[in-house]
Design a protein around this ligand. Structure first.
Ligand code: ATP
Length: 449
């Protein structure tokens, strides 16, 4: 204390008399920084933050002090908080990239560094850039969990197909709650942009669909794009996962970029649960990075996701990382049950369209096909048609499809949704934190299964 510089000593004395004087404390903290007393400066910034928790300049000053004191983990934690609340604060993100690089989180560091300089090229840090490039290259060649990139071989870029679907909601039987949610999130905001903007809402967002297989999750995603004449990009997460560390993250980034370039766009992720960090088939490191990348893309930090509707589907929502359900991400999570009577009737009619039909009691077939998925019902019609075709080849006569043909075909196809419920039941009964599977329980309680 005796060797302390006089400015710091007198600031400390002044603060003893007026300990609540925050501007004065800030002057002391900054003086401590100049005097290279980083630990002490950090303590002073922390005291200030107790009274002004949201001040990003103080948070950044604290992160800087911790960083210069060599407390890298603490620096990272402070910066995570800072970036979450102030995503546009470029200096904070740059320091975050440096801390991550120091901690060996190279992919993440590279991602945040790129985000920083995309908007602020003046912040380019050539030594960080160089270090990242050579370390990433080194990791690719020697990392124990990493597949070595063969010499001269560059991993191919992931090229998603961009469709313009021809089907729309009239091709989807039932699923009224999904249709309604899609209307609110994308159709109406696109039709009435001014009105929605006035209430701070724009077209886009995320909806997660879950339920037994074959019940129309992919089908309605495609029909949503057709309904609003939007582009449609459909990907299975396993298409995105790549053997090369870091390549999956790039694939994911590329996908979101494609969607943003083609807005309005419906970006559909099937089997999104494959992103779950606890899955045995994913190396933990790659899994966590990929999830973080996915969340960062969804949060739309420094990019605009307006006009991009992100739909995701899973048959195993219990494997999904809880971070996906936070507001602003998949804030609507919709259970897609097997079609009810009315929905089965309309699904049968949809798949009978354009087929040579005779006497038909679709309602009766709908009554007799409880627990059939949409895909099962489509299979029923296809089986009936095949039977007719076989007969026609023998006789040379085209006979119309009738009610009996369909019932016969239904008796050959077993409903596929029961099996899913036997797994779902366990999760809904024993792992139903915050009531997330109440809809499954209600469905089962209502005796529908
Ligand atoms: P998975 O979980 O296995 O991916 P899914 O829920 O995504 O299944 P889809 O792939 O959408 O199911 O359904 C398979 C096919 O079944 C669709 O291509 C469509 O032809 C038919 N189908 C399913 N549900 C409906 C529906 N509600 N209306 C019309 N057709 C449907």
């Amino acid at each position: 204390m005796n060797s302390e510089n006089p400015e710091i000593t007198s600031l400390r004395e002044a603060l003893l008399l007026s300990p609540d004087n925050l501007p004065l404390r800030r002057v002391l903290a900054d003086a401590l920084m100049r005097g290279q007393c980083f630990r002490e400066a950090a303590e002073e910034y922390k005291r200030i933050l107790k009274h002004t928790s949201g001040d990003h300049t103080v948070l950044f000053a604290l992160a800087n002090a911790l960083w210069r004191a060599g407390a890298v983990t603490e620096t990272t934690m402070v910066l995570e908080n800072l970036i979450r609340n102030h995503p546009k604060f470029a200096e904070g993100r740059l320091l975050y990239a440096r801390a991550l690089q120091h901690d060996g989180e190279l992919e993440k560091a590279a991602y945040h560094y790129k985000l920083t300089i995309a908007d602020h090229p003046e912040l380019a840090d050539l030594s960080l850039e160089h270090a990242l490039r050579s370390q990433l290259e080194g990791e690719k060649r020697s990392g124990p969990e990493t597949q070595r990139v063969p010499d001269g071989e560059i991993p191919e870029n992931f090229e998603p197909d961009i469709e313009k679907p021809k089907i729309n909601f009239s091709d989807v039987g039932g699923m009224e709650s999904v249709k309604e949610e899609v209307r609110m999130k994308i159709i109406l905001p696109l039709q009435n942009p001014e009105l929605f903007k006035a209430y701070g809402k724009v077209a886009g967002g995320g909806i997660l669909l879950y339920g037994p297989p074959g019940c129309g999750k992919t089908h309605i995603a495609r029909a949503t794009a057709g309904e609003v004449k939007a582009a449609f990009i459909s990907v299975g997460i396993s298409d995105v996962l790549d053997m090369w560390i870091g390549q999956s993250e790039r694939n994911l980034h590329e996908l979101f970029d494609q969607a943003r370039r083609n807005r309005p766009c419906v970006l559909f992720f099937d089997e999104v649960d494959a992103l779950g960090a606890n899955r045995a088939d994913l190396r933990k490191h790659a899994g966590r990075n990929l999830i973080n990348q996915f969340l960062a893309e969804m949060d739309g930090i420094d990019v605009n996701n307006e006009g991009v509707l992100i739909l995701a589907a899973t048959n195993a929502p219990w494997h999904l990382d809880p971070a996906f359900r936070r507001p602003g991400r998949f804030d609507r999570v919709i259970f897609v049950p097997p079609p009810d009577m009315a929905a089965r009737e309309s699904i049968l009619k949809i798949h009978l369209k354009g087929k040579p039909g005779g006497e038909m009691d679709v309602r009766k077939t709908a009554e007799k096909t409880a627990h059939y998925s949409g895909a099962d019902l489509k299979g029923v019609i296809e089986t009936a048609i095949e039977g007719k075709l076989r007969a026609a080849m023998k006789t040379g006569k085209i006979e119309p499809l009738n009610h009996k043909d369909i019932l016969d075909a239904a008796s050959k196809i077993k409903p596929s949704t029961r099996e899913w419920f036997s797994t779902a039941r366990n999760h809904a009964l024993y792992a139903n934190q915050s009531g997330q599977y109440d809809e499954i329980l209600q469905y089962m309680k209502a005796g529908k299964l």
